[in-house]
Ligand binder design. Structure first.
Ligand SMILES: CC(C)(COP(=O)(O)OP(=O)(O)OC[C@H]1O[C@@H](n2cnc3c(N)ncnc32)[C@H](O)[C@@H]1OP(=O)(O)O)[C@@H](O)C(=O)NCCC(=O)NCCS
Length: 196
């Protein structure tokens, strides 16, 4: 498979969401989102570049970086917007672990005002179709802190199996020790879950 020749859709829809790669010009909306979510992302995503943005211009630069990474097939960043009123709801990240297998990593966060409404599970389920159908994945990896049960529940609702538990291998932003769950989903399992 030549990854540069893969036909990859820019967007997909779920029941409530329009999920689309960021476009040039999204910087203003991204900056507003970053300011809203700085505190929300602190406990488990202290290092997320969203938190270190200082201006709308930097946000526009980051959106351009996402576009460059997409073009190089190095990672795929999506925003998820409410289909009714176009408000920003969540971000979905698809990273490349290994193009030869191929294996990808799924990541996400929800906007602070949209937590606990099932949006991330919905967007992540759509992203799995993108990963298995369009990127032709054999396997998907998902990592989350063992101190983050909300994230673990998203993984489990999406059909992932917990494959490993690394104990006390990192510190949270506040210095607390925590471990990390590794989840995996195989192509065969995904197909069975979807009754394909
Ligand atoms: C981790 C995180 C993405 C989970 O988000 P979330 O909103 O809990 O996940 P979902 O959007 O899938 O919502 C699921 C919850 O909504 C509830 N829900 C409410 N209405 C719903 C609906 N219409 N449909 C489905 N679920 C609904 C579900 O019962 C579920 O609650 P539960 O987990 O208490 O059982 C979010 O907490 C987050 O972004 N945190 C900060 C960043 C972070 O932790 N990042 C680390 C990722 S590894």
């Amino acid at each position: 498979m030549n990854r540069m020749l893969l036909e990859i859709p820019d967007c997909f829809d779920t029941t409530r969401l329009h999920v689309c790669r960021y476009q040039a010009g999204d910087g203003a909306a991204y900056w507003a989102m970053a300011q809203r979510n700085r505190v929300h992302l602190f406990p488990f995503e202290a290092e997320n570049p969203v938190r270190s943005l200082q201006s709308e211009q930097e946000a526009e630069g980051l959106v351009h970086e996402f576009a460059a990474l997409w073009a190089l097939r190095q990672s795929f960043f999506f925003g998820a917007w409410d289909r009714r009123d176009q408000t920003f709801v969540a971000q979905i990240y698809v990273g490349v672990v290994n193009w030869d297998l191929p294996e990808f990593e799924l990541g996400y966060f929800v906007d602070v005002d949209h937590e606990g409404q099932g949006y991330v599970t919905e967007a992540a389920t759509g992203a799995l179709a993108f990963i298995f159908d369009h990127l032709q994945a054999h396997r998907v990896l998902l990592r989350c802190s063992d101190a983050n049960p909300r994230s673990a529940r998203v993984a489990e609702r999406c059909g992932f199996s917990r494959e490993a538990h690394l104990r006390q291998n990192r510190r949270l932003a506040d210095g607390t020790l925590c471990g990390e769950y590794y989840y995996g989903l195989l192509r065969e399992e995904y197909r069975q879950n979807r009754n394909l």
